[in-house]
Ligand binder design. Structure first.
Ligand SMILES: Nc1ncnc2c1ncn2[C@@H]1O[C@H](COP(=O)(O)OP(=O)(O)OP(=O)(O)O)[C@@H](O)[C@H]1O
Ligand SMILES: [Mg+2]
Length: 171
């Protein structure tokens, strides 16, 4: 019976939401950032961002990074695969975009494996293009554009840390 309980503890939590505007996307990003700033251990996390071209993955990331204290330009890593940032309090952040990732050797050669094994916050757009290499996400966020600025969003928290961050950001 104890076993059943502990496995239930680790079932992923899946939530669906509707963000009516970019303001709602920004509000969610700010809520995540507030939790991470209050409890830096929750910033040691991998967030996978799913969704079609223009769904809002980079936009969500920009709002999150700003709220984490990143200053300066936040470039989309579409061409570079990864962009490094530093947040307030020295938080290391790596923003990945695997849209153009098609050479698996790059995983080791460009040090991507080391970045995922290293400390800090990792965010990845188009994670499925690195399937089999990229670790399982603590939080997986899927954004789907509806009309205009509205987004249908599915959030899956697959680890204890992801669940804690999501619960605290939603409180
Ligand atoms: N609710 C919303 N959330 C996020 N972005 C929105 C929203 N409403 C409108 N937008 C706009 O949609 C666009 C999303 O573009 P963005 O570059 O973030 O998409 P993406 O998912 O990163 O695409 P790609 O796969 O090409 O990298 C931006 O111009 C943003 O201002
Ligand atoms: Mg993008």
């Amino acid at each position: 019976m104890g076993d059943e309980l502990s496995s239930a503890d680790h079932l992923p939590i899946v939530e669906t939401r509707r963000w009516a505007s970019e303001g709602d996307t920004a509000a969610f990003a700010c809520a995540l950032a507030a939790v991470i700033r209050a409890e830096p251990a929750l910033g040691e996390i991998f967030i996978a961002l799913h969704g079609d071209l223009g769904a809002g993955k980079t936009t969500l990331t920009r709002h999150l990074l700003r709220a984490l204290g990143v200053t300066g330009r936040i470039k989309s890593p579409t061409y570079t695969v990864v962009e490094p940032h530093q947040g307030a309090g020295g938080l290391t952040i790596h923003h990945f975009d695997f849209y153009r990732f098609n050479d698996p050797r790059e995983w080791d050669d460009a040090g991507l494996r080391d970045l995922f094994a290293g400390p800090g916050l990792k965010l990845a757009e188009w994670p499925d293009n690195a399937a089999g290499r990229i670790p399982i996400a603590d939080l997986a966020i899927k954004m789907e554009a509806m009309n205009d600025e509205s987004r249908s969003v599915t959030i899956q928290a697959a680890s204890a840390r992801g669940q804690k961050l999501l619960a605290a950001a939603s409180a």
